[in-house]
Design a protein around this ligand. Sequence first.
Ligand code: ADP
Ligand code: MG
Length: 235
Amino acid sequence: MNNSIINLTNVTKRFKVGDGEFTALKNINLNFKKGEFAGFVGPSGSGKTTLLNIIGSLDTPTEGQALVMEKDIANLSHQESALLRNHHIGFIFQVYNLLPVYTVYENVEFALLLQNHTKAERHKMVMEALDWVGLTDLAHKKPDRISGGEGQRVAIARAMVKRPEILIADEPTANLDAANAHIILKMMKQLNEELNTTFLFSTHDEKVMNYMERIVHLRDGEVENDRIIVAEKYK
Ligand code: ADP
Ligand code: MG
């Protein structure tokens, strides 16, 4: 599949637990195309985070193959997998972990410091990313001076500022009220359309599911159901 950006073939993940093993993912076979807006849904413990961590090259499969942008993530050196994450993959988590002593601007700029940009280039990129999430006015505030919803928008700007091909969002609305959840989902959908970034979510949240164009249900580490809701886009 030449236009797929993520290929998972028989991905199995086992964790050592005491003297035994626990199988968190069992024979996962999935492909994602560039520009998909897809969610992993399933009860707590079904393997959503484990799978997102493998796709994000934060972890490797025990068996099977995970190709991300045509790279077999199990065969990457530490340096190669860091390079893949620094340039091509953005992460948004439930807890957005902004650095408290830095301003909103500096928190977003931080994501660019491992890349080779001039200060002027970084300034342009950071202000554009803050504009995407409607926060240019808050650039010089510290995280304790902004709301929770604004904090998650800063986290989106931080994840998107390097224009990654893949954006991984693990339960991004878990700490947000309904109004803020809708605001950030609309922003992410717009970025998905404008930049053709592939978005992969994990969620329990009905509000999030309503925005998804594809929903993959996981249960006990297996794909229970894989449903494409908006197909036209991928023809
Ligand atoms: P979800 O995100 O769907 O709630 P996870 O992917 O976090 O599920 O976890 C799936 C299962 O794998 C859970 O039973 C969890 O306890 C187990 N698990 C996850 N990470 C580890 C680990 N590092 N060591 C042992 N078990 C783990
Ligand atoms: Mg999880």
